[in-house]
Design a protein around this ligand. Structure first.
Ligand SMILES: *Cc1c(COP(=O)(O)O)cnc(C)c1O
Length: 498
């Protein structure tokens, strides 16, 4: 008894040494081996986790352990209890949503970032974190051939956000405050946002958080006649109508590669309308931006010079482990005027003298990770030419799949493929019943995904259920795409009327 209480007071026994170098070396090597083995055997797991809701609750204890357990025990549980509940995003047979690339380079960068363990909110908290981020974002801006105004040498610059959703939110807040500074803050209820109905739901969330009135969100219809791109005339009409009603158009979101079907909006024409109405023009190229480092795909961001901000997720198709969303703005002061704070406890000479960028003022949280390390690793260990060929290879695989689909009379390609996403469906049977057709396509989706052999996802375009096969996982090769198509055909043949 007495012993126990003394121990509690002076903590002389069981003092934790949470960062022991030799233990890190030993356990770290073991963890790397564990992960390498995972990648080696990744094809043996069902791609989509097949567990039922609550499965983990039933097999893990109700409370945390009082005393240390061993790494072996934990890794054992990872194998037997966690992995069954994992959907294998890095599987070569993962074709759902959009890819979320990992790579050895990205992995090493993540490790180094965890190892340094810094929190780089202000320049002074780790100058290299801020400066490397500025440099790699300039590098990628040049690879994308973005106009110079997005580079850090002038008023503009790039920043790493956690997600495309955060990117659109911060620029919307910047745009909102900029317009309210000139028209007065009581005008919030008059601000109007425009986008096509193909725009990611992240925009709606940004409106909800920014206090934009729901009735002032113009969701403009896009259809198959433009391959789901927004028609500039439609935007112009909506803007004119709102101006006549005394409202204030202030924000336009354009898309390069929508989530449903990779639709590309005509940036130049949209940007012109935005400019002549003094609206902020944000371009969401979360997925397809990566492809635009290839000269032959750069055309899809033509017109980006009219944008105020541009966003691409390096964590989707650019080999940089999640999370790493790249945002460029032409006017960094629009962001910092909306988001900067200057509490006493963070004051420092470099910031006070305006000598540096403090990225805390470009984002929602204060704390931020050293995410530029993994991006820098990717750029240096692979190089621009290799990255271009990586993208090209996926696009070629998608082109081949598109061919296979179009050759099968039971299937049709819905909207022409542009990047590495193929949108298709089983065609309606003789009775041309669209409802029945939708049901059958959902049955097909369920059948292929519950096979565990592959994972695809779906969307709806003009009321049609569409299956999406997004090629872009780092391990995907031609054989995986061919096998996937075979499984889809097999499952479809079971659903067709005999
Ligand atoms: C994936 C995606 C998003 C959302 O990405 P997060 O980074 O998860 O917020 C937004 N827009 C498009 C076009 C996307 O493909």
């Amino acid at each position: 008894m007495e012993n126990g209480s003394r121990n509690r007071e002076n903590g002389s026994r069981n003092v934790l040494k949470p960062m022991d170098s030799e233990q890190l070396r030993e356990y770290g090597h073991r963890m790397v081996d564990f992960i390498a083995d995972y990648y080696k055997t990744i094809e043996s797991f069902p791609v989509l986790s097949q567990v039922q809701p609550g499965y983990l609750h039933n097999i893990l204890p109700d409370s945390a352990p009082d005393h240390p357990e061993t790494v072996e025990q934990v890794l054992d549980d990872v194998k037997t209890k966690i992995l069954p509940g994992v959907t294998h995003w890095q599987s070569p047979n993962f074709f759902a949503y959009y890819p979320s690339n990992s790579s050895v380079a990205g992995f090493l960068g993540e490790m180094l970032s965890a190892g340094l363990g810094i929190v780089g909110f202000s320049w002074v908290t780790s100058p290299a974190a801020t400066e490397l981020e500025m440099i790699v974002l300039d590098w990628i801006a040049k690879m994308l051939n973005l106009p110079d105004q997005f580079l850090s040498k002038g008023k503009g610059g790039g920043v790493i956000q956690g997600s495309a959703s955060e990117a659109v939110l911060v620029v919307m807040i910047a745009a909102r405050d900029k317009v309210l500074r000139s028209v007065g803050k009581n005008a919030l209820g008059k601000l109007v946002v425009y986008s096509s109905d193909q725009t990611h739901s992240a925009l709606q969330k940004a409106c909800q958080i920014s206090g934009i009135h729901p009735e002032n969100c113009r969701v403009l219809k896009a259809d198959s006649s433009t391959n789901y791109a927004l028609r500039p005339e439609l935007l112009q009409e909506a803007v004119s109508r709102d101006l006549e009603a005394g409202l204030i158009p202030f924000f336009l979101c354009g898309n390069v590669g929508t989530t449903s079907s990779t639709a590309v909006d005509p940036l130049g024409a949209l940007g012109k309308i935005a400019k002549s109405n003094e609206m902020w023009f944000h371009v969401d190229a979360a997925y397809a931006g990566s492809a635009c480092i290839c000269p032959e795909y750069r055309q899809y961001i033509d017109g980006v010079e009219t944008a105020d901000s541009f966003n691409m997720n390096a964590h989707k198709w650019f080999l940089t482990n999640f999370d790493c969303s790249l945002l460029w703005v032409k006017d960094q002061y629009a962001l910092t005027e909306a988001l900067s704070t200057n509490p006493e406890f963070l004051k420092n000479k470099a910031s006070q003298e305006n000598l540096v960028v403090d990225y805390k003022d470009w984002q929602i949280p204060l704390g931020r990770r050293f995410r530029s390390l993994k991006l820098w690793m990717v750029l240096r260990l692979y190089g621009a030419e290799t990255l271009k060929n990586y993208i090209r290879n996926h696009i070629k695989l998608a082109k081949d799949l598109e061919q296979l689909v179009s050759q099968d009379p039971n299937f049709e390609v819905i909207t022409p493929r542009i990047f590495a996403l193929v949108c298709f469906r089983m065609v309606p049977t003789d009775d041309n019943d669209e409802k029945k057709c939708n049901r059958r396509n959902l049955e097909l989706l369920e059948a292929v995904n519950s096979s565990g052999k592959l994972f695809i996802s779906h969307t709806a375009l003009s009321g049609k259920i569409v299956l999406r096969c997004a090629i872009g996982a780092p391990l995907t090769e031609e054989k995986h795409v061919k096998e996937t198509w075979k499984v889809i055909q097999e499952k479809a043949s079971c659903l067709l009327p005999k």
